[in-house]
Write a new protein. Structure first.
Length: 309
């Protein structure tokens, strides 16, 4: 006679088996450890990003001067004053020009240069280092190089050509400042695009060549679709950086002449540290953040659309 073992069915109200309790306790401990590991970074982000962001948003609706803690609530008057200011219109227009320039010239130059680097086997590392040098240098160093060598009317390129420095032009100063920033930025885009192109499957490139595709056709129909996520990400980052532009404009022109090269960053800086109207400066900062928020939302929407297609 053989005995058969039967499993007793689990009844309601009956305590779970010991191994179930052990697994639940282990999962709770692991979840607690994970939260404790994430807590320092989360706390730092809250202190550095969330708290200053909330305080800035609150200050935008006050007349805070930046001194002390006394501030009166003024509602939307800071925003109405800013929107009625013609300097704000000029600054916003210059930011849009800045955006249009950076979405075209550095991106196109970076793409073409990255494509050419694919043909360089031995010297591509050397070229990448050279292209990245302006990007890793401090903005003040780049600005001084251009001020002393290019835009210097006494011995610089403009002086040799006997032409006025474009930094002194009312309508050309913004383009002159943007040229310096693009010179520092396009090498970074080249390295990023080159790294993305190298991830393109070799089989796709070889198949296109076997089918008779030329170099331009391979670039257009193989490499570009392959690096589309990178192009989208760098485009969104360019939009955000364009509305946060400050350093090169301030170092080269301080927003002049006659507000001709004013951007939202220098406009907010003037409110905060020249007029001591931190409430209006915070309001300008919120407007700048609004454009970055729109760009982030567009990027999220397009990314989800790509994943679903």
């Amino acid at each position: 006679m053989t005995a058969t073992a039967t499993l007793a069915p689990h009844r309601e109200g009956q305590a779970p088996a010991p191994d179930h309790r052990a697994r639940r306790a282990y999962r709770r401990r692991r979840s607690l450890v994970n939260h404790l590991l994430v807590a320092p970074a989360l706390l730092l982000s809250v202190l550095v990003v969330v708290v200053p962001g909330v305080l800035t948003a609150m200050a935008a609706f006050t007349d805070w001067t930046g001194v002390g803690f006394h501030a009166n609530y003024v509602g939307l008057s800071n925003f109405t004053d800013i929107l009625a200011d013609p300097v704000f219109t000029t600054a916003l227009s210059n930011n849009i020009k800045w955006l249009a320039l950076f979405l075209t010239l550095p991106a196109v130059i970076g793409l073409l240069t990255a494509w050419l680097l694919l043909r360089r086997r031995r010297t591509r590392t050397f070229y990448q280092v050279v292209y990245l040098m302006p990007y890793v240098l401090a903005p003040v160093v780049n600005a001084m190089v251009w001020l002393s060598i290019i835009y210097n009317p006494n011995g610089g390129v403009t002086g040799v050509l006997h032409i006025d420095s474009p930094l002194s032009s009312l309508h050309g100063a913004i383009y002159a400042a943007a040229a310096v920033d693009m010179w520092h930025y396009w090498g970074f885009l080249t390295v990023v695009y080159f790294g993305a192109m190298r991830q393109t499957p070799v089989e796709q490139v070889e198949a296109a060549i076997v089918d008779g595709a030329g170099s331009w056709q391979v670039f257009r129909h193989v490499y570009l679709p392959s690096i589309r996520p990178t192009l989208l990400l760098m485009g969104v980052m360019t939009v955000i950086f364009s509305f946060l532009a400050f350093d090169y404009v301030y170092l080269l022109t301080q927003g002049g002449p006659a507000h001709g090269s004013e951007v939202l960053g220098t406009y907010a800086y003037a409110f905060a540290f020249s007029a001591f109207e931190f409430g209006k400066a915070a309001a300008v900062g919120l407007i700048m953040s609004f454009f970055g928020l729109i760009a982030s939302c567009v990027y999220t929407w397009m990314s989800r659309r790509q994943l679903s297609s």
